[in-house]
Design a protein around this ligand. Structure first.
Ligand SMILES: Cc1cc2nc3c(=O)[nH]c(=O)nc-3n(C[C@H](O)[C@H](O)[C@H](O)COP(=O)(O)OP(=O)(O)OC[C@H]3O[C@@H](n4cnc5c(N)ncnc54)[C@H](O)[C@@H]3O)c2cc1C
Length: 463
């Protein structure tokens, strides 16, 4: 008999006023008793809509059944047939729009806590499982992967299991992509990212860091070196700016640079680490997506007294996950919706002293389907701030397209692919993740990496 509670088993969390001063994880994770209790809420529906909602098709009810029975390693084996990074996905996937969004328990009450159980199972495996030897028969062909984010890691993991020799070339000194340099420690602990990447390396994937494809070596040169196919998962790491006066003043960061300094370089430990990060007392973060929430919550943890989210539309249009908005509010972030920056002003030393803002009202929906903001005449005011962080989106870096003849891209820079195979206009070159879609999600990048791996295998095996 299913547990008909309308609510998920609550997730234990650090107190908001404690956690906004430290970088430890906000959500503390289920105990095994909590996971087993939540598992009994699953109805194991016949048509399994949750599986259809998952971009990598994890057999969700099957893993939940194992959790309910206390067979956590069995549950891990079920999940990892389709998803090599469950500890990451259990933490950062927008389950509310995917698997949980399709759960029938969500029609009347809260959906089953699929993400929370996935996280529990992955953490349990890391803490308890014994290492097993994997023997994969090699097929003698080698494939190159550009970029070690979720798209690249997934593609590499799938191909190594099919017998290819796989080398991933990563521009930064650490693998992980946004998982390492973007998403903060308090949402996604970095030792856990490292462990999930290690599990793919243990299968035999070779990761070469500090290699910028397009500078150190080109895609054509990789093909000449004997790689039979190349998968490009180079992400969308080029920040967009507002193009307003004052964006070059001291104290203005792109969210990308700010988060990289803190996450990857551990800037908050300066001078123990060589890369400083300076945050003032009053910080304005422009934008209202996940990146903006991460930047605002990070600034708060670095000691800012007032942190504002400045967003030109209303809360309803904010693209961040509901959970992230909720956590940011709990931690004392101040939201200024329907406020659009017009200029950034500096003091006599060239350091930010305020941001001029024009209040907005919403008009008709635009091409994105969201109501477009329009300025309210005469509503300009100055917000006193000493740091500005711009988080209004990213595009793919142009380096790959500039150095790869025959690779077709969209006007905004995204690589064009055949959606069935992820193959690009260039023979045997495939692409997926943010470099194709623009900034999206971890699981969509993983889904693209998986699809490309299957297509590469088909082509190279002449199927
Ligand atoms: C701050 C932040 C928070 C986010 N929060 C969430 C969230 O909560 N949930 C969610 O699902 N998604 C979130 N996202 C989005 C998600 O992280 C991305 O959609 C996802 O990481 C895309 O994966 P990818 O593999 O395509 O690219 P990336 O993760 O960007 O990885 C690309 C890799 O390629 C490398 N690279 C680039 N160019 C080259 C080159 N020329 N040669 C070699 N290597 C190269 C880069 O250094 C990088 O390591 C967030 C993004 C950011 C920035």
């Amino acid at each position: 008999m299913a547990n008909m509670s309308l609510k998920k088993v609550p997730m234990p969390e650090q107190d908001p006023n404690v956690r906004n001063k430290n970088f430890e994880e906000v959500a503390l994770g289920y105990t095994k008793e909590m996971a087993m209790e939540e598992a009994t809420r699953c109805l194991n529906c016949k048509n399994k809509p949750c599986v259809g909602g998952c971009p990598v098709n994890v057999p969700i009810p099957a893993f939940i059944e194992k959790v309910a029975a206390g067979d956590f390693e069995g549950a891990y084996e079920v999940i990892t047939t389709e998803n090599a990074l469950p500890a990451i996905c259990g933490r950062v996937c927008p389950q509310e729009n995917q698997c949980e969004g399709k759960c029938v328990r969500g029609i009347k009450g809260e959906p089953v806590g699929i993400g929370r159980m996935e996280r529990f199972v992955a953490d349990w495996h890391m803490a308890n499982a014994k290492e097993t030897e994997v023997n994969i028969e090699k097929n003698g062909m080698k494939v190159a992967v550009v970029g070690c984010g979720p798209a690249g890691i997934t593609c590499a993991g799938e191909l190594i299991k099919k017998g290819y020799d796989v080398t991933v070339f990563e521009a930064l000194h650490k693998p992980g992509g946004v998982l390492s340099y973007g998403i903060p420690e308090f949402r996604l602990p970095k030792d856990l990212v490292a462990k999930e990447i290690e599990s793919v390396q243990k299968l035999g994937v070779d990761i070469e860091t500090n290699v910028i494809v397009g500078r150190s070596i080109t895609i054509d040169e990789l093909m000449e070196d004997g790689y039979k196919a190349v998968f490009v998962g180079s992400g969308a790491g080029l920040p967009r700016f507002l193009n307003i006066p004052g964006e070059n003043h001291l104290g203005v960061y792109s969210a990308n640079e700010f988060l990289t300094r803190v996450n990857l370089m551990k800037g908050y430990k300066f001078p123990e680490c060589p890369t400083p990060v300076k945050v003032g007392k009053k910080v304005a973060v422009v934008g209202a997506g996940n990146v903006a929430m991460d930047a605002a919550r990070t600034a708060k943890r670095l000691g800012a007294e007032e942190v504002y989210i400045v967003y030109r539309r209303s809360e309803e249009e904010a693209p961040a996950r509901l959970e992230e908005l909720h956590h940011a509010k709990e931690e004392g972030i101040i939201f200024k919706f329907l406020n659009n920056p017009a200029a950034i002003k500096a003091d006599e030393n060239g350091w930010v002293k305020s941001m001029e803002i024009i209040k907005q009202e919403l008009g008709e929906p635009d091409a994105s389907g969201r109501r477009s903001p329009r300025p309210i005449e005469g509503s300009n005011y100055d917000l006193d701030v000493d740091t500005v962080i711009i988080a209004i989106g990213q595009s793919p870096n142009p380096l790959i397209r500039q150095t790869t003849p025959g690779l077709d891209t969209q006007r905004w820079g995204g690589i064009i692919v055949n959606e069935e195979t992820m193959e690009t206009s260039k023979d045997s070159v495939y692409a997926g993740g943010d470099t194709v879609t623009g900034a999206a999600t971890v699981i969509l990048a993983m889904g693209a990496g998986k699809k490309a791996a299957a297509a590469i295998d088909q082509k190279l095996q002449g199927k």
